[in-house]
Write a protein that binds this ligand. Sequence first.
Ligand code: PLP
Length: 273
Amino acid sequence: MKIWLDGGLQDIESARVSVFDHGLTVGDGIFETVKAVDGRPFALTRHLDRLTRSARGLGLPDPDLDEVRRACAAVLEANPMPFGRLRITYTGGHGPLGSDRGDQGPTLVVALGETARRPDSTAVITVPWTRNERSALAGLKTTSYAENVVALARAHAHGASEALFGNTVGRLCEGTGSNVFVVLDGEIHTPPLASGCLAGITRALAVEWTGARETDLPLDVLERADEIFLTSTLRDIQAVHRVDDRELPGVPGPVTAKAMRVFEERSGDDLDP
Ligand code: PLP
């Protein structure tokens, strides 16, 4: 397995970053997960736009997007696989112990992992912890994911594959690694970015392609929604068949099934929409 580090391809067994890299010591970094089908990245331009937005949000220098594109192409070529996840990680780099950044500049790593396609439907839980929609990190795709790791472990312990968060004012927000949509009276709704959720690439495509509306929703909408689905790079559109103890029969429901069809057709046309 070859990864990209320090401006070129390296063997994963020998590639090294500093033990004082701020991505490791203080979670000072950003990332993107990009789906790659038969060696072709999906929606790479949107992912690179978001990488730049996240870098600016953290005050990191803008990533060199030409290098990131070259890195993605090189890693994909060196590691052929039918369905993979490219992981672009960009951190504050080697620095002193503590929170001040060093002056050696950021670290860029691009790696690729083989992954399985997700099932068409899944169970989710809600968690009592909140997303802070007013946090400095709200909406940024940072490597500070420990809260998501804790929530996801709870989901797995309950036989679910995702945990959903509300925000500090009790509104529906997002999952640990996905955005959430609900169907009410035949209309599709998803929380607005002001809820504190990540501007998911799949969310944006689903809104564009299905006409879903961005609506401020109470968390308890999950108890009465006719249908619920998740979106993410690796899930595409995935129906929800259980939320906490509530079973949703007949999944995927008609509106979700149509959204899944539209997504599959549209995303198959163009791997960089
Ligand atoms: N929300 C969070 C917190 C995420 O980490 C992700 C993806 O990893 C998403 C939503 C979905 O975003 P995307 O569709 O760009 O994968």
